[in-house]
Design a protein around this ligand. Sequence first.
Ligand code: HEM
Length: 483
Amino acid sequence: RRRLRRCGEQIPGPRPLPLIGNLLDVGFNPKKLFDVGLRLQDQFGNTIRLWAGSFELIVNLMDPRDIEVLLAKNNNLKKSFQYDFLHSWLGLGLLTSTGERWKKHRKIITPTFHFTILEQFVKVFNKQGDVFISVLQKMEGGPPFDITPLVDLYTQDVICETAMGVELHAQTEKYASSYLKSVRDMCEIYVKRSTSPWLYPQHVYNLSSYYRRERKILKILHGMTNEVIKRRKRQLDEDPTLLEENVDELGRKRKLAFLDLLLRASRNGIELSDEDIREEVDTFMFEGHDTTASAISFALFELSQRPDIQEKVFNELKEVTSDNDSQYLSLDFEHLNKLKYLEQVIKETLRLYPSVPMFAREITEEVRLASLPVDIPPGVTVTVVPALLHRNSEFYPDPNVFNPDNFSQEAASKRHPFAYVPFSAGSRNCIGQKFAMLEMKSILAKIIWNYSLQVDPTFEMELIPEITLKSNDGVRLSVIRRI
Ligand code: HEM
């Protein structure tokens, strides 16, 4: 404890109070967390110390050199204790687990994001994107509306059909929205607990109204994932050839998608219990849809403000798909890889609105910071805050202005590589980042191909850093048909 105290004293941060630490500085309103972060960064710089209560030392890193030290060495892979609050929902899935269990599961799951599988998934992105466009048609030419619920349903359909092999029809049938509402509620409870140190001890939390709400929400969340697993198992029982790794038309060994691979591994004697599988499915259902939904919605928001950027995206689409004039623009893997300007738009979106605004590790092996002559001892929580790092004017001129040119090859090559970490970095980086980029490109391309987006002048964005970054009132815009 003395080492923690000494470390805390060496790092700038607001003065802590007895028992509550810096609780009052951070505040109790999750909607204000983003503004609080900006204010603290202004006052204390890029490395900030906070105390959660008297004993939990949290060091927030926003200097790329420190972030490199933490992430590139791969010796501090343990998630911080705040991730334990997700165990009741996500168990010990890839996001929340640690040590040998994490290593084993990461090794099993990594091949399911091989590019040959991603190539197959592009067909699903197209199919579900076409459903999205047909739903959007109903809004054509009408008044501004919130597009985020439609985007959420699209990404939910995509993750279910690609990773789980189950067609959900979330976009066209209403029942799936109770899962999405429960995800939001669960994220809200998580943030509340993380910013309320008196709710950290499980026995105290169990007495709270949040815990009672959580129990009800978990029934819906786990009910959904159990149903998905049950449906896929039924399909596999009916057609066992689905689990065979046969050879495709180009002579390549066909790879299995996520859930099939887990089910086959457990049938072939690799130790994966039904519970292990459910926890991974819960993790991928959540991480695989909520993150991309945020990014797509924020991209649409920024594009609605910038007709000039929409035009550039549209022109690039015309170039890349010179013979494609149908309403349902169909983009294959090669097309998507050629959409370099759209990629810059998405990267810039993730700069201003990183879907995961903050992530954290518990230090297990002492780390010497690069920005300050300070050693961080084991036991300290260290956070990386892309939401603040990415808005630092030291690395981005006009940091609050949406400018895809920040990701031209030239601009990106001049920046410190760890000044941009929307997918984290090192061996615990985002396993789904290539999947995410293809999915986001595919749907944004379809939308811009069909519609010009128009801003709602009355709409004001208020950011809330939940587990994923959200806009409090969604994203309001209107859509006008192009062709
Ligand atoms: C715009 C989209 C996405 C962003 C910005 C994003 C960002 C991130 C970040 C920052 C992390 C590290 C989190 C931490 O250390 O706590 C992460 C981890 C993870 N992501 Fe993503 N993600 C995205 C999409 C996806 C998708 C589509 C999937 C699945 C298909 C996915 C699955 C995961 C998983 C399983 C982990 C945990 C990896 C591990 O610890 O080994 N993500 N993601």
